[in-house]
Design a protein around this ligand. Structure first.
Ligand SMILES: Nc1nc2c(c(=O)[nH]1)N[C@H]1C(S)=C(S)[C@@H](COP(=O)(O)O)O[C@H]1N2
Ligand SMILES: [Mo]
Length: 362
């Protein structure tokens, strides 16, 4: 669907994948829907609102089949601002270290911060009455993806304790209007603080089980390995399933490679972390980490949204590499060197973010 999002830089048309220009990304705290990145693994399914039912099954005493009207009448509506970040955000920087074939070369634009509305997942789970031993909540989408001769929906799971947290939603609205087809109409999961892949779109089924999802995108993809492991040598049973996001900060404006004339440079960007932690500070350096300047943070400092930052640096003429790094409320910091966290699928790059700028003498 080529015209789905004209404001996005397209990574692929089929399936549609794209994100905004990085400079446009953090101008507003709530990302306008037309600038919200899109990550699809297959074609966008067409779903009829009236015949749609959400199945809740597996280790539950009362399996459910819920229409959109059932959801509206049985559960209290909640609204929540939260960021979604793809595990592949900032993969392009990893690709300059060693090739990562077959994956989308995302810059830092595979992230957005929206206002979601819908119902608490825990309210829906409570209505289904969980059986003892249920430990993972498995989501399956209604998209049809081909993998090794088999067709199935995109899927993944989260541990039950996360699923029971109040911030995890089954959402039908994004930024005050019903979800667009491309963002998951009529219903998607929103799992703040986790990699975007767990926020399953076009949600068809929620299933309770004792172990994580066997879906390809939980059991195989979205696993992380040490830097020396390659696709050919990976023992997939030993890869770690990704869940919570690490602390990360990105300079959005100015863009990498900008030539500047004023002696003061205004930097703006975003920071995000996982696990219900908060961003405590973002620091910037123009001298390779010898001295750091603390940025101003946007108000709110909510654990599930992103935090925007802004700083002014005074620079004499010359070429600079400016780096950003954040620190969160669990005293987590970002690694300096992306090579120490490189992995062959290119996931969760949270190394110091670096841009090069030139300050001219005129
Ligand atoms: N059914 C389904 N859900 C999905 C996906 C998908 O391809 N199919 N992509 C996932 C990934 S990897 C991400 S990062 C987010 C992206 O959500 P967005 O396209 O609304 O930004 O959706 C997730 N949910
Ligand atoms: Mo993703």
């Amino acid at each position: 669907m080529p015209s789905a999002k004209p404001a996005l830089v397209v990574q692929s048309e089929q399936p549609f994948n794209g994100g905004p220009r990085v400079e446009a990304l953090c101008r507003e705290f709530v990302t306008p829907s037309e600038l919200f990145f899109v990550r699809n693994h297959g074609p966008v399914p067409e779903i009829d609102r009236d015949s749609y039912r959400l199945a809740v099954s597996g280790m539950v005493a009362h399996p459910l089949r819920l229409s959109l009207v059932d959801l509206r009448t049985r559960f209290p509506r909640v609204r929540l601002q939260a960021a979604l970040q793809c595990a592949g955000n900032r993969r392009r920087e990893f690709m300059t270290i060693a090739p990562i074939p077959g994956e989308i070369p995302w810059g830092p634009e595979a992230i957005g911060n929206a206002e979601w509305s819908g119902w608490r997942l825990r309210d829906v789970l409570q209505a289904a009455d969980l059986q003892a031993g249920a430990a993972h909540v498995v989501f399956t989408g209604l998209d049809r993806l081909e993998r090794g001769g088999q067709t199935s929906g995109f899927g993944g799971s989260i541990p039950l304790d996360k699923a029971a947290s109040p911030e995890v939603l089954v959402a039908d609205e994004m930024n005050g209007v019903p979800l667009s087809a491309i963002h998951g109409f009529p219903l998607r999961v929103v799992v703040p603080g986790y990699i975007g892949a767990r926020s399953v779109k076009w949600l068809g089924e929620i299933s309770l089980q004792a172990h994580p999802s066997e879906n390809y995108y939980q059991a195989h993809a979205y696993k992380i390995f040490s830097p020396h492991v390659r696709a050919e040598t990976a023992d997939w049973t030993r890869g770690l399933m990704l869940g919570e996001l690490p602390v990360n900060a990105v300079i959005c404006d100015p863009a990498d490679g900008t030539v500047l004339h004023d002696r003061t440079i205004r930097l703006r960007g975003y920071a995000i972390t996982g696990g219900g932690r908060r961003i405590e500070r973002v620091d910037l350096t123009a001298d390779g980490g010898r001295t750091w300047q603390q940025a101003d943070l946007s108000a709110g400092n909510d654990p599930w949204t992103w935090t925007l930052f802004e700083a002014r640096l005074s620079l004499t003429p010359g070429d600079y590499e400016i780096c950003a790094r954040a620190r969160d409320s669990a005293a987590e910091m970002q690694p300096e060197d992306a090579r120490t966290i490189w992995n062959f699928k290119g996931y969760v790059n949270n190394a110091w973010h670096r841009i090069r700028v030139r300050m001219t003498a005129d």
